[in-house]
Every structure is written in C-alpha cells, then in structure tokens.
Design a protein around this ligand. Structure first.
Ligand SMILES: *Cc1c(COP(=O)(O)O)cnc(C)c1O
Length: 223
C-alpha cells in the first residue's frame, strides 16, 4: 500500500460509485490520523469498541459533523452508552439486543439508525442472525418503534473464494429485497453495510451501500 491517508481516501472515493457511503474504520487508529481523514473529506467513522471510541470522540469534539458508526459486537450492558455515542449501530445482532436498544432509545428520546447483522454462511466466531432466524424475528423487530432499522450488515467468514464471497454478498442483497417486499411499515431495507478492505469491491458489485474500510485507508493494524 502506498501514499498518504489523504491519497488513499481520494483513490478509494474515485473507485466507489457515488451513492456508496465510505465509513473509515478507526479502531487502533490515532486521533491525528482521524483528523487527516476528516480533512480529506470523510465524515463517517466506524469504531468497534465503546471505550476506545469515547476516548477519541472526546478529543475530536471540535469536528462536530462527524457521524459515528458502531460496527463491533455490543454487550448488552453497554447498550445505553452506545446510543449516547453513536448515530448508527451496524452490529445489532439479536432480537434481545434490538429490544434493549429500543427501550433505551425510548428513555433517551432518540431514534438510532440500525443495521441488523446477518450471517449468510455459518460462522461460529460471529454473532448475528441466520437468514431464517431473522425472517422469524421480523414481526418483533417491527415493534421496536424507537429504532430506525435501515437495512442489513454482514461480516463474512475468512478464507472464502472470490466467487463464494460474491455469492454470499448477493444473498444478503436478495434477503434485503425479500424483506422489503413484505412491506413492513417500520423496517427499511435500503442499506447494505458490507465490505471491508479485503472484499469491498465484491460487496459493491453485489449492491453494498456502505463499505467499512480500515486498513486500506490507514495501513495495516499491527496490534
Ligand atoms: C475492523 C472492521 C472493519 C474494517 O476492516 P479492515 O480490514 O481494516 O478494512 C470492518 N468492519 C468491521 C465489523 C470491523 O470490525
């Protein structure tokens, strides 16, 4: 990988279709590097841990138009805190968590944007709904009136071939289309948060609307 953070962001932006939102993933990334990405035009930033994010958010308060996205697994005891710190939660991975977020969102009078995390392929290392579990939980998700459910998110298992990756991303798009056709009044399915540094081109090909890129912008994470 070559070039500065700014150059890499510009290269990626040029490749991405205009309607795909680039989320810069800043876990283990310094506040200075985040400022550079901001100066290059990024306004969407993704963090996977509440604690690490708090520290950086405090130091970046002057950049008041940043939109923060939580992309990592959320422990239920941090659900309330997550709503105070993030406008988007991509990693809503169970009905129980959705209901808990909904309750706290009611208490805080906020309407967080939510993606439902789905595992299109079996993956014991990750949380999330299987496709059939999600379809079964839709009536209860529809009741979560304080959540602005916007679509689906996925992280694929490692070590798939290119064609398997593409097929898995396409199955996510098909799932979103299927849910959209059911005409729920409260479940929006216009967003597909999928694609990381290693696979985002395939994700975009399959219809991703948000890609979450860390290493391809900021360099390899060593720790
Ligand atoms: C770390 C992370 C990313 C970014 O991964 P890179 O390989 O650095 O692009 C995207 N999504 C999630 C959920 C992550 O945890």
């Amino acid at each position: 990988m070559t070039g500065s953070i700014t150059q890499r962001i510009h290269q990626i932006q040029q490749q991405l279709p205009g309607d795909v939102r680039l989320i810069a993933v800043t876990k283990k990334v310094s506040v200075e590097a985040i400022r550079e990405a901001y100066a290059a035009g990024i306004r969407d930033f993704g963090e996977s841990k509440i604690q690490e994010a708090s520290f950086k958010q405090e130091q970046l308060q002057d950049l008041s138009d940043i939109c923060w996205h939580l992309i990592g697994h959320l422990q239920s005891n941090k659900a309330k805190k997550s709503l105070e710190q993030f406008q988007w939660i991509h990693s809503c991975d169970s009905l129980k968590l959705a209901q808990r977020l909904n309750r706290f969102a009611g208490e805080l009078s906020c309407y967080p944007k939510i993606c439902l995390q789905v595992k299109p392929l079996p993956d014991p290392d990750k949380s999330g709904w299987t496709i059939s579990e999600l379809l079964a939980d839709l009536p209860e998700l529809e009741q979560c009136q304080h959540l602005k459910i916007q679509g689906l998110m996925t992280i694929l298992p490692l070590e798939l071939s290119e064609s398997e990756v593409l097929a898995a991303f396409e199955s996510m798009r098909e799932l979103a289309e299927k849910i959209a056709q059911q005409n729920w009044s409260h479940l929006q399915m216009q967003e597909l948060s999928m694609g990381m540094s290693s696979d985002y081109q395939l994700a975009v090909q399959a219809g991703a609307t948000m890609v979450r890129l860390g290493q391809t912008i900021f360099g390899e994470r060593t720790t």
